[in-house]
Design a protein around this ligand. Structure first.
Ligand SMILES: [Mn+2]
Length: 440
């Protein structure tokens, strides 16, 4: 038996990212492009691995996008087999979701076991309204589907393995299982619901495991496939450029029974820039640094579709961030790239402060260290950080001792002058030393 199918997932129709209308259109365009590829490739069926929609409350323009694409497939006689993802799942009260609506209108078959007996799913065929599997290509391809089960996924999969063991596959020569579930070990800081050893026993019953949920593409051992998200749902996804859809050619006479090709679909380009601002000691110095950074980047970035540009400011901002004019930063990036939109990510304010847990130190010693570290974050005070820390702690002590405001001002004036002078002297001494060294 020979056939061909297309596997996509996580389309997220209806996502108006960054509240930009054109981003809403981008998600629709990505979907329609893949639909057209399915028609052009004359595939026998299309598999949707969940999250066709961004949210369960689908608005009319989003429904039009979905039906626009699905009706092209319907007219071409290409069946669509889907499972429900976590983004579009029906609220527990309204059990009829928009995915159910699309199934009811005949645009797709939405697979899931209709009931469980002692934890084991009951596997019934799709009857036009519900069912756990569907036979296609004259009964030679069987497709099972599991919706998103979150924390209970491993238990449901275990039950499914039991059910598959006791199921007669009919005349199927090729079996696909569609699941919306994350696999462990793909994303570093992501606790997935399934480990590899939990799905490994499926191998005996399944030729192609069609996954969705994780937006990063991956495949394992020639039978587990996850195409990723066709559009970019978050900045982090921009790094995974080889996302898209799988075109799979099946020939059950061959070993392996399929060849799956991951095809990258066209999408809005994302450009992420980052700049360390440690040495920009004034807003003007920072604008100049940004200008330099974006000009350099723009010189070797291809002039194509207007990108989404993110400029991240990293490090320690040596002046108060109120002095920073975000509109001006936006304008500098805007001029360089003609982007769709610009995101300025100001990550310069440290969100956490770590204190080394040395218990042998006294409270006073720790306090002085913390103060010195905080002072060192500002490039202007860094050369004499220890002296400034002492000055600050002296002021604290004087306040606690009840020193008068005049007394504090007097101390601050003389002490800060002394510290600045000794600091600048130290800086010039070390500069002289460097000149002396280079001359010798
Ligand atoms: Mn998703």
């Amino acid at each position: 038996m020979k056939c061909k199918f297309l596997h996509l997932s996580d389309v997220h129709l209806g996502y108006q990212q960054y509240n930009h209308k054109e981003r809403f259109n981008d998600f629709g365009r990505a979907f329609l492009h893949i639909v057209d590829e399915a028609v052009a490739e004359q595939v026998d069926f299309v598999i949707l691995g969940g999250d066709l929609f961004q949210k369960r409350a689908v608005d009319p323009p989003t429904l039009l996008q979905a039906i626009g694409g699905l009706s092209r497939l319907k007219e071409a006689g290409i069946p669509v087999v889907a499972v429900e993802g976590n983004h579009e799942r029906a609220h527990y009260r309204d059990v009829f979701s928009w995915m159910d609506f699309l199934a009811d209108r005949g645009y797709l078959s939405l697979l899931n076991p209709t009931s469980f007996k002692e934890g084991v799913p009951v596997l019934t065929p799709w009857d036009g309204t519900e069912g756990a599997y569907l036979d296609l290509v004259g009964g030679s391809v069987r497709i099972y589907g599991l919706k998103y089960y979150g924390a209970s996924t491993a238990r449901v999969v275990e039950g499914l393995i039991g059910a598959l063991a006791g199921t007669d596959g009919g005349s199927a020569e090729y079996v696909i299982l569609v699941m919306h579930a994350g696999l462990e070990g793909v994303l570093p800081h992501y606790s997935a619901t399934l480990t590899h050893s939990q799905i490994a026993p499926l191998r005996d019953y399944v030729d192609y495991l069609a996954l969705g949920h994780i937006h990063k593409p991956f495949e394992r051992e020639g039978w587990i496939f996850n195409p990723g998200s066709p559009e970019t749902c978050g900045m982090d996804e921009a790094a995974w450029s080889d996302r898209g859809y799988y075109l799979v050619e099946v020939d059950t006479e061959q070993t392996p029974k399929h060849t799956a090709r991951l095809v990258r679909n066209p999408r809005r380009p994302f450009l992420r820039l980052s700049l360390n601002v440690d040495v920009c000691d004034s807003p003007d110095a920072l604008y100049a640094a940004v200008e330099k950074c974006v000009t350099k980047e723009a010189a070797h970035s291809p002039k194509k579709t207007s990108p989404v540009v993110e400029l991240a400011l990293e490090g320690v901002l040596p002046f108060h961030h109120h002095e920073l004019d975000a509109t001006r930063l936006q304008a500098i990036v805007q001029d360089a790239f003609d982007p769709l939109l610009v995101r300025i990510a100001n990550r310069t304010v440290p969100t956490e402060y770590e204190i080394s847990g040395d218990e042998s130190k006294s409270r006073a010693e720790l306090e002085r260290e913390v103060m010195k570290d905080l002072v060192e974050r500002d490039a202007r005070y860094r050369p004499a950080a220890a002296d400034w820390a002492d000055l600050i702690l002296n002021v604290k002590r004087m306040v606690l001792e009840g020193t008068s405001p005049e007394g504090l001002v007097e101390y601050l004036e003389s002490a800060s002058q002394r510290v600045s002078e000794s600091a600048s002297q130290r800086v010039s001494e070390s500069a002289n030393r460097r000149i002396g060294e280079s001359a010798s």
